[in-house]
Design a protein around this ligand. Structure first.
Ligand code: FES
Ligand SMILES: [Fe+2]
Length: 364
C-alpha cells in the first residue's frame, strides 16, 4: 500500500513527469480551458500540517474519538472539565500498542489504556514516567476539530480557518473517497464537468475567468418545467487541502461553502463540507426542510464527484496521461495523427486489409 506523503511531495513529482495537470509540456493538447490545476491554485504548500479530523459534534466531553489521518491512528478526547477542551495524541499506546481510543478519560483529561491500565496525562505515563505518548496540537473551531501532525515542518502555525459569514445557518456532511487529496481538489476546480456530469442538478456551467487566484463561475440550477435559476460564485483553493465557494450573485447569494479534504491514507480521503446559508434567505419556518433538501442535493453531487475522483486517481496510478490515455505494454499511446504517420501503423493497416472478409479460424 502506498504511504501518505504531504502534498508538497506530490506537487514536485507532478512537475517532473508532466502529470498532474501539467498540460502543454509534452505537446498535450487537452481541451481544458476551464480547468484550473490545484498546483496553480495552491498558495501554501502544506497548510501548516493542520488537518480536519472530524466535526466537533462527534466528540462529547469525557469521550474519545479515533481517526486515521495521513496513515496515523489519532485519538481525540475532550476533558469533562476545562470547558471541554480537545486533546489529540497517537492512538497507539507506547507500551505494547494498545488502542487508546478504547480507553477511558477522567475529569482531568487523563487517558487510560484499555490493555494494561496505564494512564497518560500531558503526554506522560503516570505509571512509567519515562514512557511518553506523542501528542498533537488540536483545535475546535465550533464546527470542525483540527489536528496538527508533526511532519518535518517545524514552524507551528495556526490552523487555516475559513472566514464564516455572520447571521447564517449552517449544515454539513462528510464523504469518504477512494482517491488522494489532489484528485479530489482537482475535481472541485474542474468547471467543464458540472453541467455534463451532474445532470440532475445543473443545466449549465459557464467559466467566466479569474480574478487573481479566484475562479468566477456561473451555474444554472435545473428547476421543474425546463426553468433554470442562475447563480454566480467565486471558487478557489485557499490551501492544497481546501476549496472555498462564495456565491456572490443570483440564487442563494451570500452562501459560503467550505470544503476540507483530509488524507486518511495516500489512497483515501475524506471531505468535510460545510454550507453557510444567510439567515435572510433561509425561511424561518421552513429551514429544516430547506436544509434537508439542500443537503440531499449537495451530497448527491459529492457522491458523483467521489466516483469521478476515484476513477481518475486509479487511472493516474495506472499511468494514464491526460489526452493520451492509458499506456499499452508500458508505453503511452501516441496521438492519432502521429499514429497514422508511423511505419508501424502502416504495417498494421496492411495486415488488417489482408484479414478483411476472412472468418476467424474455427476450433471445432
Ligand atoms: S499497551 Fe497500553 S498499557 Fe500496555
Ligand atoms: Fe462535481
Amino acid at each position: 500500500m502506498a504511504e501518505f506523503a504531504p502534498r508538497e511531495t506530490i506537487r514536485s513529482a507532478g512537475g517532473q513527469n508532466g502529470h498532474y495537470g501539467q498540460n502543454g509540456q509534452n505537446g498535450d493538447q487537452v481541451a481544458q480551458p476551464a480547468t484550473v490545476t490545484a498546483t496553480e491554485e495552491a498558495p501554501s504548500p502544506h497548510a501548516g500540517q493542520w488537518y480536519v479530523a472530524a466535526f466537533s459534534a462527534a466528540l462529547a466531553p469525557g469521550k474519545t474519538l479515533v481517526k486515521t489521518i495521513a496513515d496515523q491512528e489519532i485519538v481525540l478526547w475532550r476533558t469533562p472539565n476545562d470547558q471541554g477542551r480537545v486533546h489529540a495524541a497517537s492512538a497507539v499506546c507506547p507500551h505494547w500498542g494498545g488502542p487508546l481510543g478504547g480507553g477511558s478519560v477522567d475529569d482531568h483529561g487523563t487517558l487510560t489504556c484499555p490493555w494494561h491500565g496505564w494512564r497518560f496525562r500531558h503526554g506522560h505515563c503516570l505509571e512509567r514516567p519515562r514512557l511518553k505518548l506523542p501528542r498533537y496540537l488540536a483545535h475546535d473551531d465550533g464546527i470542525l476539530l483540527w489536528v496538527r501532525l508533526p511532519w518535518d515542518i517545524e514552524e507551528i502555525t495556526a490552523p487555516p480557518l475559513q472566514a464564516r459569514p455572520a447571521e447564517s445557518l449552517a449544515f454539513w456532511f462528510d464523504i469518504t473517497i477512494e482517491s488522494d487529496v489532489y484528485h479530489v481538489q482537482e475535481n472541485y476546480l474542474d468547471f467543464l464537468h458540472p453541467a455534463e456530469y451532474h445532470t440532475t442538478v445543473f443545466a449549465h456551467c459557464r467559466y467566466m475567468g479569474k480574478e487573481g487566484d479566484v475562479n468566477l463561475v456561473e451555474l444554472g440550477y435545473k428547476l421543474p418545467f425546463g426553468k433554470t435559476l442562475t447563480t454566480q460564485t467565486r471558487v478557489w483553493a485557499p490551501t492544497p487541502y481546501q476549496v472555498r465557494n462564495e456565491v456572490y450573485a443570483g440564487l442563494g447569494a451570500g452562501t459560503v461553502i467550505e470544503s476540507h479534504i483530509t488524507p486518511i491514507t495516500a489512497d483515501r480521503s475524506i471531505i468535510h463540507e460545510i454550507y453557510h446559508v444567510p439567515a435572510a434567505i433561509a425561511p424561518k419556518e421552513g429551514w429544516p426542510l430547506m436544509r434537508w433538501l439542500m443537503r440531499r442535493s449537495a451530497r448527491r453531487i459529492r457522491v458523483e464527484d467521489a466516483v469521478f475522483s476515484a476513477r481518475r486517481y486509479r487511472l493516474r496510478r495506472l499511468g494514464f496521461v491526460d489526452g493520451r490515455g492509458l499506456p499499452v505494454n508500458g508505453k503511452t499511446a501516441p496521438y492519432v495523427d502521429e499514429w497514422q504517420a508511423s511505419e508501424a501503423a502502416l504495417q498494421v493497416g496492411q495486415k488488417l486489409d489482408t484479414l478483411v472478409g476472412k472468418r476467424a479460424p474455427s476450433h471445432y
